[in-house]
Design a protein around this ligand. Structure first.
Ligand code: GDP
Length: 217
């Protein structure tokens, strides 16, 4: 996803009509929930995974992207799910990975999560790219930096989606984009401002996903 052009960030914030996500036109099929990170999906197709801390706004962004409000559950009890959820669209899969950094998770649960995510990110044969969600208002946590290490190890294209951008002013959003890109060692073209509420950046994120899976074939 690093192939995205630079300068998209400020363009996202320009006022004007908001186009729907290009994924809205595609039929979406829920394939299943799986505990095994190396589960074989049939047929094998390129995959784009979504990962982020619990409560980052992953379910909301996912639903906004595919245009199906109830598809991924917007949860009141974060951290409960330890399964990956696969959706077929129909020439690629979107894979919703369980949220990390759940405060009440015990040591064993954290180790299990880490092992599952490591295997998924590093060994998954058809993983074309990863959408990494980070709340625009928060500095990266230790858990975020751990995931960053895994993303680097996996060598997959990464697009950081900064969520809940509606909570900041335009100027503050741009400043945070630069700060978070620097903190995470990402080029600004790999960082997308998003809001499920205002729909900021949803079209651009959909386009990046299509470009990523198109390039994977
Ligand atoms: P998940 O745990 O990462 O799947 O996060 P959810 O999608 O369940 O959202 C967590 C909370 O953040 C919910 O209360 C959502 O209503 C809220 N939320 C999600 N996206 C946005 C957004 O773009 N803007 C605002 N203001 N709130 C959001």
């Amino acid at each position: 996803m690093s192939e995205r052009g630079s300068g998209t960030t400020s363009g996202d914030l320009a006022s004007g009509p908001i186009a729907p996500s290009p994924l809205h036109q595609l039929p979406v099929e829920f394939v299943g929930s799986f505990p095994d990170p190396l589960v074989k999906l049939d047929p094998p197709l390129p995959e784009v995974a979504f990962i982020g801390r619990s409560n980052v706004g992953k379910s909301s962004l996912f639903n906004a992207l595919v245009g199906k409000p109830g598809l991924a559950r917007v949860s009141g009890t974060p951290g409960k799910t330890t399964l990956l959820n696969a959706f077929r669209l129909p020439d690629f899969y979107l894979v919703d990975l369980p949220g990390y950094g759940f405060a009440r998770a015990g040591k064993a649960a954290r180790a299990g999560y880490r092992s599952m995510i490591t295997r998924y990110l590093v060994e998954r044969p058809d993983l074309a790219g990863v959408v990494w969600l980070l709340d625009i208002r928060h500095d990266p946590s230790k858990d975020d930096f751990d995931i960053q290490d895994l993303l680097v190890e996996s060598g997959r294209p990464v697009l950081a989606a900064l969520t809940k951008a509606d909570k900041l002013t335009r100027t503050a959003s741009l400043t945070r984009t630069r700060e978070l890109a620097a903190a995470l060692g990402l080029h600004e073209s790999q960082v997308q401002l998003t809001s499920s509420k205002s729909r900021l950046g949803i079209t651009e994120l959909g386009q990046s996903i299509l470009a990523t899976v198109g390039g994977a074939r």
